[in-house]
Design a binder for this molecule. Sequence first.
Ligand SMILES: Cc1cc2nc3c(=O)[nH]c(=O)nc-3n(C[C@H](O)[C@H](O)[C@H](O)COP(=O)(O)OP(=O)(O)OC[C@H]3O[C@@H](n4cnc5c(N)ncnc54)[C@H](O)[C@@H]3O)c2cc1C
Ligand code: SF4
Ligand code: SF4
Ligand code: SF4
Length: 752
Amino acid sequence: MLKVSTTNCTGCGACENICPLNAIKLEENSEGFSYPNIDSTKCTNCGMCEKVCPIKNHTKHEELDYVYAITTDDEIRMKSSSGGAFTLLATEILQNNGYVCGASYSKDFKSVEHIIISSVDELYKLNTSKYIQSNINNIYKKIKELLNKDFEVLFSGTPCQVAGLNNFLGKDYTNLTTIDILCHGVPSPLVWRKYLEKINPENKTIKSINFRDKAYGTYPLHFSIKYSDGNTFIENSKKNPYFKGFLKNLTLRKSCYNCKYATLARTSDITLGDFWKLQKFDKKLNDNKGYSAYMPNTEKGKVFLDKISKNAKLFQKIPVKYLVKGNPTLKAPPKPHTNRNHFFNLLNTTSNITALLNEHLENLYYDGIITNIWSSNNYGAILTAYALQQYFKSKGQDYRILDYTPKHNLKKHFEDFTKKYLNLTHPVNDLKDLVDLNNYTENFVVGSDQVFKDEVVKKTPFLYLLTYTDFSKHRIAFSASFGKDSFEAPQNDFNTLKRCYSRFDAISVRELSGVDLCREKFNLEAKHILDPVFLTDKCIFERLVDKNCNKYKNKLVYYTLDATKEIVDKINKVAEAKGLEALNIAHKGLSVEEFLTAIHDCECFITDSFHGCCFAIIFNKAFLCLVNSDRGSARFDSLAKTFDISKNFVSKPQEITLENIDISNIDYNKIEKIISDSKEIADKWYNDVFNNPKPKTNVQISNEFDFVKYGDDKKLRIMPKTSPKDFIFSIKKGSVRITLQILGIKIHFKKR
Ligand SMILES: Cc1cc2nc3c(=O)[nH]c(=O)nc-3n(C[C@H](O)[C@H](O)[C@H](O)COP(=O)(O)OP(=O)(O)OC[C@H]3O[C@@H](n4cnc5c(N)ncnc54)[C@H](O)[C@@H]3O)c2cc1C
Ligand code: SF4
Ligand code: SF4
Ligand code: SF4
């Protein structure tokens, strides 16, 4: 049966259109976007829906070096979003008895849907961009009927809709031409309905709506509503909250942030868009009436280009780089607004959509915050942080990594990776900033890596014990590691630690020994979950590998942090016996990508690093691990036990031998199965913990927050584990915050 995640499904409707038994209906979810719902009593598992789903497969055309800037008569330009290229194409088809399919407002303007027109008089319905996801209904079936009757059809839509139509048809029709638009993403139909209700509370009859009303200027864009009673509502895109929600990626469909059509290799015959920044090519091309960009992606696209050239006022061939300058979605999908999920979580509870939009456009909210040791200039630490971030992303959650700056002293190669790949919170400098984080999120995660190691906790206990978080927040430890199989602390601190850990809603630990430590030392039940580098899809690391690098192929690569002369001599001997050159990558300042490339490409790998081993396992390498017990052997023991590869873990330099590094010691089929089973365990734990967080039960008011001594000179601010029965006072420096709980409803008062 068809299974597509909400992060990928575009709502293209191909599955609904193809189902021979009408078993699929696209239905709106709580965000207002439509997703397939399958009636299992009708479905016969024929597999047709799965086959046509463009998430699984779609065709891409070759990238172009040149595109065209086109305009037409000023009258048409004023009625169009860009330069009016769409009207030129549509007119060409309609005047030859063909049909044109595109997006139109419904009669009451409360939604947008795809319709088919057959005359130029109806073209106004399709003109101009409607920044709302359009409903495809059963339009693909109707197009197929017209094509089979040999009519010319021009289809226009978002790239995912064109991909949906192409897959639904399953073959190339010579009488079909497709147009896709350069697509920034589509906003939620529910947000639109709520917005329309808000600005038209009396439900007055609407004559027209235009997101690009050029009567008020082309840039900034102007949104207008004209009412039958002669009144007009007009607001520019920099002020209008609905428009800002679209442009700032707050209200878009989840799949838009993952869009695989955000590339120069297009899906349709013709791509149309705004030629923003055309004046960079020629500053005279700037008359403020809008320019169309035309990409002739196929032979049909080129034939139509010829046909419309005679009616075009401007027809100019331009290198594609000028189009890319003003259209970043030709290279990558839009990034979600930080507050996107928080906004949608509140959408159904709001009666004031403009306030909700404004609040989320102006203030910051995070889905969750991850605290770990990513900034410790260590490949393992930074890649673990990245893996955890990607794990949450795969669940549709934009968790941010805490940017706790006092400890920052990142080396250039780690800083480069951070800038490119890590999604950090705003900078947080001190305990006061940490306490302030309670205003930004509900979910605090600590993990993975050695965040529970006694020395790490001792240095900055408030950070890794999450003591600065309020009682009402969710605190979760994700694959946290004690680093070794003991935890050293004075007895007094143990009492504090027990109290801190007991405030966590759930704890998972990376080592098997961590489960015992939690039980014995802290009286806690913890789940064993593998390091996040094993839980994320392997391809996220493969994508970082440099495919053009040949430096490490057929080499014995070693990454030993504590190398002695004896160790290096042994490694060289093994390399010689294998007829390979030995290459050391430790302390060489390699970029994170090159570090992964070296492990990925080498013939065999020797290391004393935990994450070095992890990546050797992920990339299925012949490897040998020299366990340094001074740095803690529990981590290695757990890895060896989990994957049943004890032979590959040795403790003395003399054991660096040819036999021990033999790949036949490792059964990678078995390991892949263990990883896949572990992923399932982690996913189940994730669902239990994150999708069904424990309700906070009432406790006595005497359990209000207090400052507790930890270590020699540190004080921890600890809020109670659960909410007090009736009310809580929490007084912060220079500010008062009161939370009242009446009949289970919490009301917050803040005074600054
Ligand atoms: C949601 C959306 C996002 C866009 N993002 C970008 C962008 O990032 N960069 C860029 O250069 N251009 C973008 N465009 C395209 C641009 O706004 C113009 O639609 C395009 O340049 C065509 O303009 P025109 O003057 O040739 O035709 P117009 O006469 O303005 O024709 C509008 C065309 O867009 C189609 N259309 C309108 N609304 C929708 C909708 N909701 N879903 C599917 N199709 C629709 C109509 O069917 C018609 O074919 C976007 C358009 C939409 C609808
Ligand atoms: S065919 Fe389209 S609507 Fe159906 S599951 Fe695939 S992407 Fe979603
Ligand atoms: S498997 Fe076949 S019958 Fe079932 S929903 Fe898909 S297309 Fe319809
Ligand atoms: S951004 Fe991508 S997924 Fe979203 S509507 Fe456009 S083409 Fe479809």
